[in-house]
Design a binder for this molecule. Structure first.
Ligand code: MN
Length: 373
């Protein structure tokens, strides 16, 4: 079966040919395109009716917002849509889904209850490791798959891929798909996509942000997204426990490599003693990068199961995705993550050494001012 005939119009397109994917489908891979050719997705969507949309474990605003934006498009086209993620959304993102569309795989939401699915679209990840138990179910099915994503790290999910690793957010890709298919966004979808893009760009300041990002944001506002309201929901819902946790963890921050590397760690006992929760550590790694002269930062967060979850950040130059991959993780050049076995001291030492080595290998300090993407 020929899925589509691709026409390469953009010289930036790196067309990687076709192959038989894991599900036995003949698929095309299109990677590293500045602009995605959406034409091939249209017949796939048009020819299927019961569409499952999923994203990654520990879904963030881009994961959930992209899924909701895509669901809006699919519902507009008369499709039956379910959003099922491998893990539940964090409480601070419940507001983004007022219709409570997002379900979590497990319990009554299992393979049997999804058996009628005839197309599966995965957004904001292309890694098996990010799909948890849902991924295990996926490996048992032959349902055609589509991936819409902007991450560098990638597995072969046996899917037709629509990837743009230069894109600032998967939410932007979903917006472009809606434009391409001429589907108007509801206020709920526009709000979800705005949250997706605003968070993945660090509120429009990360280097992947460009003039088109702002144009998309403007279009989303015209469709009802309210930045003041979205910002308040995302960033002004802190607790006293979180503030106390920030104080303790930032008090522990250290500078190494002649000031190029800032890091800190969170012990499980910090959560217990202060009444804080792991979600309270979100963005703490970015606080470390506020120190003048730093080029990279990381934070290690001890989990209840004694594993250590690391988040890496770079201002450019250092590719933290490749460092995360050394430890079985992944992500973007400037923001990545990995989970290591404990104890905390040992995991910290391993990560610290890898970061120092990565910084040492950088050719020229001036490269820190050049955006990596
Ligand atoms: Mn994303």
């Amino acid at each position: 079966m020929e899925w589509f005939q691709s026409t390469i119009e953009n010289p930036l397109q790196n067309f990687c040919g076709n192959f038989a994917g894991e599900a036995g489908l003949k698929v095309f891979i299109i990677r590293d395109m500045n602009t995605i050719d959406w034409k091939p997705i249209v017949p796939l969507i048009e020819s299927h009716q019961r569409i499952l949309v999923s994203s990654h474990v520990r879904p963030d605003a881009d994961a959930i917002g992209s899924a909701l934006g895509l669901a809006c498009l699919l519902k507009h086209l008369g499709k039956t849509v379910r959003i099922v993620n491998p893990s539940a959304p964090p409480a601070n993102l419940f507001w983004i889904d007022p219709e409570q569309m997002v379900e979590t795989f497990g319990g009554s939401v299992n393979g049997a209850s999804l058996a009628e699915t005839d197309l599966h679209i995965i957004v904001d990840t292309s890694a098996w490791q990010q799909l948890g138990e849902l991924g295990k179910w996926m490996r048992t099915t032959t349902i055609p798959r589509i991936v819409i994503d902007h991450h560098v790290s990638s597995d072969d999910l046996g899917a037709m891929e629509f990837k743009d690793t230069r894109s600032e957010a998967t939410g932007s890709l979903i917006f472009r798909l809606c434009e391409f298919m001429n589907v108007p966004l509801t206020q709920v979808a526009a709000t979800a996509l705005y949250a997706a893009i605003a968070t993945d760009t660090g509120w429009f300041r990360f280097p992947a942000t460009n003039a088109q990002t702002m144009q998309i944001a403007g279009s989303l506002m015209e469709r009802g997204a309210d930045p003041t309201d979205i910002y308040r929901h995302l960033y002004e819902q802190s607790t006293l426990a979180r503030l106390h946790l920030c104080g303790r963890v930032l008090g522990r921050a250290q500078l190494d490599a002649d000031g190029l590397l800032a890091s800190t760690v969170v012990k499980w006992s910090d959560f217990v003693e202060l009444g804080a929760v792991p979600a309270d550590t979100e963005d703490l790694v970015n606080e470390c990068l506020r120190i003048a002269g730093t080029r990279a930062a990381y934070i290690g967060v001890e989990q209840m199961n004694s594993q250590i979850k690391f988040s890496f950040r770079s201002r450019g130059g250092l590719n933290v995705a490749s460092i995360a991959e050394k430890f079985g993780g992944g992500g973007h050049k400037q923001a990545a993550g990995a989970t290591l076995p404990g104890p905390l001291d040992l995991a910290h030492a391993r990560v610290h050494a890898a970061m120092l080595e990565g910084l040492k290998a950088l050719p020229d300090p001036a490269s820190s001012t050049i955006p990596a993407s």
